[in-house]
Design a protein around this ligand. Structure first.
Ligand code: PHE
Length: 331
């Protein structure tokens, strides 16, 4: 056995390539290999246990030398391959994508509100007239319901014109207290130009509880606008009208460009119109069987493109939808 062991070592040392390596293993541990053969002599051995142990040791020895040689050959191969190759050359750039600017703004808005404890709800883009208009206190003859102003699928369904229907859907599903943010895509039959698109994005937010006041709305929106545009900017609320809020307000933020001094961007007013908001109309609460005597709520709707345009100083909304990489790569 000692002789055999020496022979094994000598053979392993002589191996110079993978073919020889396979042959080496077969010669000893293969089906007809020398070590394998020894096992059949076991039955005649005096001390079967000890002899068995020794044969097994040889078998393991072959395996170990095989593994060592395999690594060695692999290393040699690698070194060969690297010869004549300049490994100090810089690597090729791996092209990585970036998030679309609208996705970035959406994510930022979501992050600000989830930190304030809002949870996220979604609704369908093909919406019922009932949720888009009726339950939101739009009168039957309201101009937005006209065929010319909205994409109707049929008498019952249309492409939602705003994210406010999610207010109704959420209030039907869950009882107050509610603190919800509802982002989504909306559609309007607008002529496309630098500031209008037939498809755009909104984020709706609303809160319903037993003691929600206009001051809560002001506090939440003021914090939101300061987070997204900068804490030194003032906000202002102007009276406005929406069928589903009363009182209603249009919210402005000091111009992000001139910081209130007056420039082209803010048409020299120093203010930028950012979103619509108000206290949820009692009729909307009634439509979802929430008692307006007991509960009150606020709601607001932000245009995501509008925020992105102001934040990144983009002068044409169409850029967001054209998928021109020269534009998208800047974000
Ligand atoms: N849904 C309104 C719009 O699209 C915005 C809004 C939302 C106003 C919530 C008030 C409250 O113009």
């Amino acid at each position: 056995m000692e002789e055999l062991k020496k022979q094994i070592k000598a053979d392993a040392d002589a191996v110079k390539d993978t073919v020889a390596l396979t042959q080496f293993k077969a010669k000893y541990n293969g089906k007809k290999g020398a070590v394998t053969g020894l096992f059949s002599t076991l039955k005649d051995a005096v001390d079967k246990k000890e002899t068995g142990r020794q044969i097994n040791e040889l078998k393991v020895y072959v395996e170990t030398l095989f593994a060592e040689k395999e690594t060695e050959l692999l290393d040699i191969k690698k070194t060969e391959e690297l010869k004549g190759m300049d490994i100090t050359l810089p690597a090729y750039d791996v092209a990585t994508g970036t998030l679309h600017p609208l996705t970035k703004v959406m994510d930022e808005i979501k992050s600000i509100f989830t930190r304030m404890g809002f949870s996220i709800e979604e609704g369908p883009e093909i919406e019922k007239d009932y949720y888009n208009f009726t339950a939101l206190n739009f009168q039957p003859e309201h101009p937005a319901r006209d065929m010319h102003d909205t994409f109707h699928i049929n008498d019952e369904y249309l492409l939602r014109t705003h994210t406010s229907p999610i207010q109704v859907r959420t209030m039907e599903k869950y009882a107050p207290p509610l603190k919800v943010l509802a982002p989504g895509r909306v559609y309007r039959r607008d002529a496309i130009d630098a500031s209008h698109s037939t498809v755009f994005h909104q984020v709706e937010g609303f809160m319903v509880d037993t003691d929600i006041r206009f001051s809560d709305l002001k506090g939440v929106l003021d914090l939101f606008l300061k987070e997204i545009f900068g804490s030194d900017l003032k906000t202002r609320f102007r009276p406005s009208f929406f069928p589903f809020t009363e009182p209603s307000a249009e919210v402005d933020v000091q111009c992000v460009h001139c910081r209130g001094k007056g420039c082209n961007m803010c048409k020299r007013t120093g203010w930028l119109e950012i979103l619509g908001a108000g206290m949820i109309h009692p009729n909307v609460l009634r439509a979802v069987r929430i008692d307006p005597e007991k509960y009150s709520g606020f709601a607001f709707g932000v245009g995501v493109e509008r925020i992105a345009i102001l934040k990144y100083q983009v002068d044409d909304m169409r850029l967001f939808f054209e998928n021109d990489l020269r534009f998208l790569k800047q974000f």
